[in-house]
Structure formats: C-alpha cells, structure tokens
Design a protein around this ligand. Structure first.
Ligand code: TXA
Ligand code: MG
Length: 340
C-alpha cells in the first residue's frame, strides 16, 4: 500500500483535505491524524473490518481495546449504554480535551473496539484537525496512538511514518502535537472514578470536579486497561532511570563499558535553555523543568535519541508529585518498570 501524506494547517485545516480524509474513513480506510495529545490511527469505529485493519497495521493484540473519538457529548452518548452523572461533570469540564472516559458500551459498538468487553472508552479531542475530520466523516472514529504496538507514541507525522509507512492509507501532517503524551483515562462505570492512565488532566484537576479519585485498577481485577502493561511506550534503546541527579563524570564511571554511547534526558542542568548537546560519548537533552512543557517534549526527545544509535538512554526521574505523575508513568514504562 502507498501511504499518502497531506500537509494540513493545524489551526485552520483546509476543508478539501479534510473531506478527502473523511472519504477514506467512510470507505473503511486508515487515516493517521494529529490530536492535541499524540497522533492517532483512525478508522470508522462502527465498521468492524476497518477497526480490524487498525489492529493489523499496528500489530496490536486483539485484547487491547481502542478509544472512540467523537465530535461532541451527543456523539459520545450515542456509543454508550449509559451516561453516569460523573461522566457528564467530567466531560463538561474537560471536553474537548485530553480526557478519555470509560462508560458502559452501547449496542452499535463492534467487539473489535472494546475487545469484547462491556465498556467503551470515549474522548472528544480539541485539535482542529481531529475535530473537523470527525465531523466531516459523520461517524465516531476509533483511534489508538499511531505507532506499532509497544513502541513509542508519535508526536510528529515523521514518527508515524517510521512505524506505519506502507501500512496505512493516509497521514494528515498537522505538525507537532502540543500535549505530547496520551490522554488521561478514567473509568466511571464502577460507582467511583478510577484513574486507569495518568495524563495532562491530573488527579487534583479531576478531584476538583468529582471529589475523590481512585488510582489504578480495582483490587483483584486483571488488566483493566491493557495499555497499562508495564512494557509499553518504549524506545528500542534501553532506558535507565536516575532517581537522584548524578554528575556526568559519575555516570560515565558507573556505566559498565567505556565505549558505550549514552543519551541523557536531563532535568538538572546548568544554563537555562532546553536543547540537545553532545559532549564526548554523552548526548544530553536538557528537558523543561515544567511538567506540561516536559510532556510536550518527551516522546520527541526519545524518538530523537532512539534514532541516534546510542547504547543506553538515561533519564532523570522527576519528583513524585501529582503534576509530574503522567511524565513519571511514561518514563517508568519506557524503562520497562511501569506498574502493570
Ligand atoms: O491521547 C490518546 O488517548 C491517544 C489519542 C490518539 O487520542 N490515543 C491513545 O490510544 O493513546 P491507545 O490505544 O494507544 O491507548 C488507549 C488506552 C489503552 O491503555 C487501552 O487499554 C485503554 O485506553 N482503553 C481503551 N478502551 C478501554 C476500555 N473500554 N476500558 C479500559 N481501558 C480502555
Ligand atoms: Mg498507544
């Protein structure tokens, strides 16, 4: 398959480009699209054969359900069997935006979307390209992140092509995704609000709306959110985390082999400007000290280091605070140390 790439203005998407992409979706094809979090790999969520193509292109296990992207609350309610009050409160506050809500599954939703389960995850993205495309397609759009299964999520069209060129119909290149990490996922089907995946909508932000939020899957439940498997979102280069900052000389001494090339995501550095710098065998990326700015940069930095033929990537682990929870989660997973 020849993958077509169309450039689109992220602020004012060309309606002709959007119409063409919507036509591909309605015909059962796969379109990679920018959202405010990461690029998604979209298909008509109501077409089981189209959704099956997502799983084939990504090499995704059938047991991992996908998020259904909608243009508004009405379209979300149409794929749900019920809309708990907390879903109404959360979506009123955070939609359109980087929050995914797991609700009871509606009758028209194919098994492939929900992995056969009784719930469906829905999100209304804020990105103009995603929003216009869903509206133009006239159907809800199933879209996991547009990467091969277990690999890093894409925040640029070139990252999408690295994994999926020749495997999908179309890529809408709307430039870099502003958020940079995947949406917050909450399950509201159990009477409590349960955080399944941390994201830029933090626990304190959720609790300001709904009171208490439980963190993690219910005790005794197995893999409620299979994307939460420990090894996920990983670059090919091994990642090691530094709990406390060390000096470069100490890291070089500690790293086993004197010939190894090292990447380093630095949180503590001299000088103010983020950026990449090579010194000897260390390629250091000075990361922003603000969690939102750090998230926007994280996958791009990991993709960049992963292309650089390094032997290992070190990362300073940010503090264990609610604001940094999503970034810490992705770093722990990149290192294969996430909580399952
Ligand atoms: O920001 C995002 O959420 C991006 C953009 C494209 O919207 N999408 C994304 O999709 O990250 P994906 O498939 O890579 O991650 C979806 C996560 C997975 O952890 C999946 O297991 C979980 O949501 N999920 C999907 N449906 C679910 C359901 N019914 N119950 C529990 N978890 C669900
Ligand atoms: Mg993903």
């Amino acid at each position: 398959m020849n993958t077509i790439v169309l450039t689109v203005d992220p602020r004012a998407p060309d309606p002709a480009v959007i119409r063409r992409a919507a036509g591909v979706l309605r015909a059962g094809g796969l379109v990679a699209l920018p959202t405010e979090t990461v690029y998604g790999l979209g298909a008509n969520a109501l077409d089981p054969a189209a959704v099956a193509r997502i799983f084939a292109a990504k090499g995704r296990p059938a047991a991992n359900p996908v998020i259904v992207h909608v243009a508004d609350v009405a379209q979300a309610r149409a794929v749900a069997a019920g809309w708990p009050d907390v879903a109404a409160e959360l979506t009123a506050r955070f939609w359109p935006g980087p929050l995914t809500v797991v609700v009871p599954r509606g009758a028209g939703v194919p098994d492939a979307v929900t992995a056969g389960g009784p719930t469906v995850a829905v999100r209304c993205p804020a990105h103009p390209v995603a929003r216009d495309l869903i509206r133009a397609a006239g159907v809800p759009v199933a879209a996991p992140s547009a990467n091969r299964s277990t690999e890093l999520s894409p925040t640029r069209a070139e990252h999408v092509l690295k994994g999926l060129d020749g495997r999908i119909d179309l890529v809408l290149d709307g430039g870099p995704c502003p958020g940079g990490i995947e949406s917050t996922v909450v399950d509201v089907t159990g009477g409590v609000v349960r955080l399944l995946r941390p994201g830029l909508v933090t626990v304190p932000m959720l609790e300001a709306v709904v009171g208490r939020v439980e963190v993690g899957a219910a005790a005794g439940s197995v893999a409620r959110s299979p994307g939460l498997m420990a090894k996920h979102y990983s670059p090919r280069t091994p990642v090691r985390l530094l709990e406390t900052h060390v000096q470069p000389e100490a890291l070089l001494r500690e790293d086993d082999d004197a010939n190894r090339l090292i990447g380093w995501l630095l949180l503590e550095y001299v000088g103010d400007e983020p950026g990449t710098q090579r010194t000897g065998r260390i390629t250091g990326v000075r990361m922003p000290r603000d969690p939102v700015a750090y998230a926007a940069r994280l996958y791009d930095a990991l993709h960049e280091l992963d292309r650089s033929h390094l032997d290992v990537i070190y990362a300073d682990l940010p503090p264990d605070t609610p604001e940094w929870a999503a970034v810490r989660d992705r770093l722990l997973r990149a290192a294969g140390r996430g909580e399952a």
